[in-house]
Design a protein around this ligand. Structure first.
Ligand code: SF4
Length: 246
């Protein structure tokens, strides 16, 4: 049974339920291979090019030369992140598909007023991240992410293969049980490129407006949306599996 016959989301959800338990014992490479073989060109890696994402891109490149990779470009990313994107395209010989908000930064300012991120970061993330992601995911049957369970409380129950109730497709998380130490060991062992900001106390990197370096002893995600209780941009919130599908 391949994706050509899995027309309905309900069939894909049943597939997830049938394989989810067994997949917990698979290696990241086995999980990636399963996703590539099952979904062909209807699966893509989603990445913001953090350390975890770089591990996944490197692993995928050793399995396939033609995998799909996309990013949500908020147009507020650091120069170091854009530089890393160029290096990835060069090293791995792939083109990064960039999804943008329907609003340019100037149009957003015109409609919402200046510095929306400082007043209502949830709305800003919805406009610049969640809505473009929803459009991109509507082209796909499955997406591959580099989330890890110990990054935030809302990621702690993630499985290697999940049903994404929020966006209605299969969500594949090959390194969900890895630690930060494993991630960095892989990067150093395999000569994987990474964002230069990681060397300047930025363990987690997003938009320029909402990311700062962390101080010694702080949580690695303390530098994201400083001053707000927000810890997620809304892309990886886990919702109960019982949510109706279609
Ligand atoms: S991280 Fe900040 S600037 Fe980026 S989309 Fe979210 S609120 Fe806007």
């Amino acid at each position: 049974m391949n994706d050509r016959v899995l027309h309905h989301a309900s069939e894909r959800q049943a597939l997830v339920e049938s394989i989810q338990g067994a997949a917990e014992t698979w290696s990241p490479q086995q999980v990636l291979n399963w996703a590539f073989e099952r979904f062909g060109n209807r699966v893509a890696i989603s990445s913001a090019f953090g350390a975890e994402g770089m591990v996944l891109i490197d692993m995928a490149s050793r399995l396939r030369t033609d995998f799909r990779l996309f990013t949500i470009d908020t147009e507020f990313l650091f120069p170091e992140t854009y530089n890393l994107m160029d290096r990835i395209e060069q090293k791995y010989g792939i083109a990064i598909d960039r999804a943008y908000s329907v609003l340019s930064p100037e149009e957003q300012e015109g409609m919402e007023g200046p510095e929306l991120w400082a007043r209502d970061p949830d709305r800003c993330c919805n406009l610049r991240k969640v809505e473009p992601l929803r459009r991109k995911l509507s082209e796909l049957s499955a997406w591959i992410t580099s989330i890890r369970r110990d990054q935030t409380s809302s990621r702690s129950s993630a499985r290697r293969i999940d049903w994404d109730t929020k966006f209605g497709l299969v969500k594949v998380n090959p390194i969900v049980d890895w630690t930060a130490k494993q991630v960095w060991r892989y990067i150093h062992d395999h000569g994987v490129p990474y964002n230069e900001l990681h060397n300047q106390d930025y363990p987690s990197i997003g938009c320029t407006h909402c990311t700062r370096a962390v101080r010694p002893g702080e949580d690695p995600r303390a530098g994201r949306w400083p001053g707000f209780a927000k810890t997620e941009c809304g892309l990886h919130i886990i919702e109960p599996l019982s949510t109706p599908l279609e």
